[in-house]
Design a protein around this ligand. Structure first.
Ligand SMILES: Nc1ncnc2c1ncn2[C@@H]1O[C@H](COP(=O)(O)OP(=O)(O)OP(=O)(O)O)[C@@H](O)[C@H]1O
Length: 490
């Protein structure tokens, strides 16, 4: 569709864009990224013919772009420039209608049904129909931006060149506009080349990305091949971390600001836990990075308050999450800052231990109800009801863990729990074999993310050894408490 080959060009003798080559095929959305001054706009200007090139060639549909007449070129390529100098004031409708000029034989002399339809559709797609009689000078920056996007869409050219189309737009309008452009690409085969400042938007909406650095291509490829920490850091000179988008297989970046000095310094101690017949609660001195299978705020996040709430053995409600959220609110806990679990075990029977290692301390808290114990290797052979008789395990680390260490800590803690069930000869009541856990166990690993960096938490690492020992110790003691409460042992 569009071939750019060894393009070099700029404003004076010294080229800004240097030896840039790429191909865009029909229906593809290519995002151009790069720091300020890297040549993104200049590249768009050269492709759109606004700036002459010094070297190289641009081919559209197999024909050299310079061989098209101005009007022919405009029927092939619509351009949304970065800045819109409009010395004269038109209404929105007039401005969008100007997009139809390549389709006219004389100025507005042959306004056709197709012209009318293209303008109406462009106004609808950019949600500006209600402003159609307003003078563009009277619109906000974001509304004006949508008018110029509508003008480019009304042109109905198969190639769309956009320079920061989401400039001035709020998040809802960014999403609306890019959804629209993407739909035009997918449904109508529109080919789009667009400059982006927002790396995350570009990764979400583009099929491929071209990363520019000092006028040259630093990287071109699928978003997952371009949005990698080392490339972004070296080109933008900014510390970033990449992570997956929660719903799409697209990479996203987060800035890592230098705010170490502002960080609240704290450790978690045994005294931060309190226990009552209602719940076990940990109020940490600062937010802990947490990974859990809790009822309230499960998954990964930062939280200060952790609660393991006692509920009746017959607790049953339609929506556990809603009930738990309203319980926390009634009890005066912040819904956003609290992780909540539940257990039918008397919470006074919690076992809390503080374990010292060379790097610092780990705190473990376990409540163990073993009435619903399950041998996981036999689970497939029996049907069971889900009831609340669980082992809830908290692992709190005074240290800094990478994500993989959180997962290793969960594995180590689970193995230690299973070993405790074996020591205590806890059996699956349905199979009579040694249980490996219960039907609804919950696990939480949380870390202060300060102090010593602890890269691993497997069973032979300094952190893993403490977790393994601590979880085993607390789980054995908690199971004994449970057995005592049931009168099974003295
Ligand atoms: N009209 C101009 N005349 C001379 N030099 C220019 C002109 N416009 C831009 N430049 C120079 O060309 C270089 C690249 O500018 P360009 O606008 O292409 O960068 P960009 O990547 O789009 O940056 P930004 O992210 O800031 O929009 C810059 O060093 C800039 O100073």
């Amino acid at each position: 569709m569009l071939d750019v080959t060894n393009i070099t060009g700029g404003y004076g003798k010294e080229p800004v864009v240097k030896d840039v080559s790429f191909h865009v095929h029909k229906g593809e959305v290519l995002g151009i990224l790069g720091p300020n001054g890297s040549g993104k706009s200049t590249l768009i200007k050269i492709i759109s013919g606004i700036l002459p090139k010094i070297r190289g060639s641009i081919t559209i549909d197999g024909q050299d772009a310079s061989l098209y007449s101005q009007k022919e070129f405009a029927r092939k390529v619509a351009v949304l420039p970065q800045l819109h100098a409009h010395a004269f004031s038109h209404s929105v409708l007039e401005t969008v209608s100007l997009g139809r000029y390549p389709h006219q034989s004389g100025i507005f002399s042959s306004w056709s049904d197709e012209d009318e339809q293209a303008v109406t559709e462009a106004l609808t797609l950019t949600a500006i129909t209600r402003y159609k009689d307003t003078l563009i000078d009277l619109l906000s920056g974001g509304e004006q931006q949508r008018v110029f996007v509508a003008q480019a869409l009304a042109q109905e050219a198969p190639i769309l060149l956009l320079d920061e189309p989401t400039n001035h737009l709020d998040i809802a309008h960014q999403q609306q506009l890019l959804d629209t452009i993407r739909r035009q690409a997918v449904d109508k085969g529109l080919t789009v080349i667009s400059v982006f400042h927002d790396i995350n938007l570009a990764a979400m909406y583009c099929d491929r990305l071209l990363l520019m650095d000092e006028g040259r291509i630093a990287k071109i490829g699928f978003p997952q091949d371009v949005i990698i920490e080392a490339s972004i850091q070296s080109v933008y000179k900014a510390r970033v971390r990449t992570q997956p988008h929660p719903e799409l297989p697209k990479p996203q970046i987060t800035l890592l600001p230098d705010m170490k000095q502002e960080k609240l310094s704290f450790t978690v101690n045994r005294e931060d836990f309190t226990t009552s017949s209602e719940y076990v609660v940990l109020h940490a001195g600062g937010p802990l990075k947490t990974l859990s299978s809790a009822v309230h705020n499960p998954g990964l996040g930062w939280y200060r308050t952790f609660i393991n709430r006692h509920v009746d053995l017959n607790y049953n409600c339609d929506d556990v999450k809603v009930e738990m959220a309203s319980y926390l609110e009634q009890q005066g806990f912040s819904g956003a800052d609290t992780v909540g679990m539940m257990t039918a075990v008397a919470t006074e029977h919690v076992e809390i231990g503080e374990y010292n290692g060379e790097f610092g301390t780990v705190l473990i808290a376990v409540t163990a109800g073993i009435g619903n114990a399950v041998d996981v290797s036999e689970a497939l052979t029996r049907d069971r009801e889900q009831r609340i008789g669980t082992i809830n395990t908290w692992v709190i680390v005074n240290g800094e863990l990478p994500d993989e260490a959180f997962i290793q800590a969960m594995i180590t803690a689970t193995e230690a729990k299973t070993k405790a069930l074996q020591t205590e000869e806890v059996k699956d009541p349905l199979t009579g074999t040694i249980a490996t856990g219960t039907s609804t166990d919950s696990l939480l690993v949380a870390a202060t993310q300060q102090g010593e960096h602890l890269p691993y938490a497997g069973p032979i690492t300094p952190l893993g050894k403490l977790i393994g020992h601590g979880v085993y110790d607390c789980t054995v003691r908690a199971i004994r408490e449970y057995k005592k409460a049931k009168g099974w042992i003295n």
